[in-house]
Design a protein around this ligand. Sequence first.
Ligand code: AMP
Ligand code: MG
Length: 418
Amino acid sequence: MKPPPLRDDCFALPAGVEWTPVSTAFAHLRDNLVPVAETMMVPVGAADGLYLAEAPTAQRANPPTANSAVDGYGFAAARVPDGDVALPLVEGRAAAGVPLGTRVPAGFAVRILTGAALPDGVDTVVLEEDCTVAPGRIAFRGTLKPFANTRRAGEDFDAGTVLFDKGHRLGPQDLALLAAAGLGTVRVHRPLRVAVLSTGDELCAPGAEAAAHQIYDANRPMLLALLARWGFVPVDLGCCADDADAVRVALDAAAADADVLITSGGASAGDEDHVSATLRTAGAMALWRIAIKPGRPLALGLWRGMPVFGLPGNPVAAFVCALVFAAPALRRLAGGAFQLPRGQMVPAAFAKAKKPGRREFLRARLNADGHAEVFRSEGSGRISGLAWADGLVELPDAAADIRPGTPVRYIPYGAFAP
Ligand code: AMP
Ligand code: MG
């Protein structure tokens, strides 16, 4: 099933705001993006990591019938007195998958194993460890509660129960629930294909011979690896020169092969910013100046209906913007609900007088005490700081006076994953 297209103005932020607060940018993405990947039926066993396109309902109850929770002896509690009890055993036994098939008369017990359906005439089970067993009979000390050691039919869930909301991303544990509920297939969105393009005349492929005026394309391996970790299908579109025609050809290639494009570089409003200039010719581009550090303008647009995230070229800004904005947006485009990472409050292991106005993300990691330390330099050119860190500390938009011990929000890199 093909989803409806995104609206042309889906990235149009309200005019007149010079620096858009991060929360406004989030609200805009949450309210204006819709899933773009088609839906399909897949076997439950192939659905891990995919987003549900329909809320599945249980086809049967779990457990489907009352059964024994232990290995022991089953009987009808109402017919057994308190105190010392001796009961004759019926022939045969009830085991998981092998029902007894006959009724157990009142005042008799039957050998029963874990998971076996309770035979007619049985509602309670005594643990085998609590019994003395003699040929043809058992004895135990009574006062067992009726239904002891049994599982009621439907005690886990009833038939017809809605198991997950639409948009839920399935994990291995969810496949267990779907299978137990009798579902063979589920409707999901096919995996989102996300293309990555680097732009800049100065870029040189990793590992190649580079002239002094060239730099290595650091963004592409980083962004492709993020996408793969996030469970999307990365599509490598290579590097493209700062040239309007070359950018247009690359955008066309992306639109032919991917659902979404992430570019880096050339996203601002300068002479050589061909990504934003070219997207603007398509008439559906907005330059987002978000009050975030590190960050540069983001160019968000549609190219032949394909959403494009134009990230800044600076690797630190590109990485932070990918985690903070692209990850939740991609989750929504893939079929999930818009959702932000939670992070955890930990004591700071640093001091900082933060000015008001911009939300700041510091490269951080936890020290041996579980306190957040930050990289020695906030310089956005320092790729080494990204690699040094394990996550980001998010400081609020307002001013903040951080001292060692002040609680700060630490978000491990992995927690940004959609
Ligand atoms: P731009 O956003 O194109 O103005 O680029 C900002 C800075 O990031 C410049 O110093 C670029 O050389 C650098 N840059 C752009 N793309 C990449 C890339 N793929 N890898 C490493 N640095 C880059
Ligand atoms: Mg550039």
